[in-house]
Write a protein that binds this ligand. Structure first.
Ligand SMILES: [Zn+2]
Length: 390
């Protein structure tokens, strides 16, 4: 006889059934769909804002790792290593080591209720050696000897705590993103025994993370900001703290980047062929910033201010996409030179992976901006084509 299932609405808006948590959409039979997965992620974020920002960092790191390690067809990887995840977590916390200015002086920001965070302590030790360089990647490249042990601490902390606890909702473990084979007492030697701790992503979970990233990332960041404000007793403007922790919503570019970009494209405005001496130009994020913050040179183009604002947060259609792929093929030297001259970051592989993962997970029929006054509907086969072989 099937067990009687009693459902009630939990305060958070999720449905609880006989101690089995499930998204409302699963009640409608939509097992494995985006809405069900999204609801579980919301529950994770909700649980994540209790004692430390670690879970939120892990969630952001998982999304970023899935996007940046996607296949040539834009598919998410089937597993990630704890080492990989640790480097994304380190990259998130690195800029947050910077002291936050308050009315009574600058303070180190607490990220957990405990007095000291193992992750921040390890990264802080590296920063003593490297000085205040802007990114974790730069620090790791600068001092690989010291970066290794720092990353060991981040990796072990992430493996023991947020990875083990992320999928525990209301005290019950309900894996839906990944499976692990260890608990809180795992050691680094155990993780590294078979070439690194393997975080096996559940079928479809990586794709869901990629698909939901533009919605989930700002939410996770918002909770992170609020949590840091609470942990440090700050009563500042939310946006000010957000900018400190995650950077400006839009980066401001040095003049030499702005002046150097036209050499990396074959026309004054990347999106149209109109020439006017009075036209004003701006830097545009080819894959919109709101989709995923990426200001690597490969993702920057120069366009009319008018084209830039018409494109807005739309994804580019097949015409600009083909032009962009062509630019990556034929203007590689110009982009590399610009990176050296300006010391601005160039991330070719990451940017290509980002574009592929975005378009591979886009539902057919999504409006795309193909140029001034041209909106087309996306069609996976057509939009993925220009990205082949990059
Ligand atoms: Zn234009």
């Amino acid at each position: 006889m099937p067990a009687l299932t009693l459902c009630h609405q939990a305060p958070s808006g999720h449905l609880l059934c006989d101690n089995r948590w499930m998204g409302a959409s699963q009640h409608r039979g939509g097992e494995g769909d985006v809405a069900g997965f999204a609801e579980r992620l919301l529950a994770v974020i909700d649980e994540g804002r209790r004692t430390a920002t670690y879970k939120l960092a892990l969630l952001l790191a998982l999304m970023e790792a899935c996007i940046e390690n996607s296949s040539e067809h834009g598919e998410a990887p089937s597993s990630l290593s704890t080492r990989q995840i640790a480097s994304y977590v380190a990259a998130l916390y690195w800029p947050q080591l910077e002291q936050f200015p308050t009315a009574t002086g600058s303070i180190d920001l607490r990220q957990i209720t405990n007095k000291s965070s193992a992750i921040l302590h390890a990264l802080g030790a590296l920063r003593e050696v490297t000085g205040p360089v802007t990114t974790w990647e730069t620090a790791a490249a600068m001092c690989p000897q010291e970066a290794g042990p720092s990353l060991d601490v981040v990796e072990l902390t992430v493996a023991r705590y947020p990875l083990v606890h992320l999928q525990v909702i209301n005290g019950v473990e309900r894996p839906f993103i990944y499976d692990l084979e260890w608990g809180e007492s795992v050691t680094l030697a155990q993780l590294h025994r078979d070439g690194g701790g393997e975080v096996r992503l559940r079928p479809g979970a990586g794709g869901q993370l990629i698909r939901l990233a533009p919605l989930v990332r700002p939410l996770a960041e918002l909770h992170w900001v609020r949590m840091v404000a609470a942990l440090n007793g700050l009563t500042v403007e939310e946006e000010e703290l957000r900018r400190h922790l995650f950077g400006a919503a839009r980066a401001s570019f040095p003049l030499n980047v702005r002046r150097g970009l036209p050499a990396a494209q074959d026309r004054p405005c990347f999106y149209c062929n109109e020439h006017s001496p009075a036209a004003k130009y701006a830097i545009d994020h080819f894959i919109p910033w709101s989709r995923w913050p990426n200001d690597a040179l490969e993702n920057l183009v120069i366009s009319h201010v008018s084209c830039n604002s018409a494109k807005s947060a739309h994804l580019p259609g097949p015409v600009p996409l083909s032009r962009w792929a062509e630019r990556l093929r034929t203007r590689r030297r110009e982009i590399d030179d610009l990176a050296i001259r300006t010391d601005w970051h160039s991330r070719r592989a990451t940017t290509v992976a980002l574009a592929r993962s975005v378009f591979a997970h886009l539902p057919d029929g999504t409006p795309l901006w193909n140029g001034p006054r041209q909106i087309v509907e996306s069609d996976r086969a057509r939009t993925m084509k220009p990205l082949e072989g990059l």
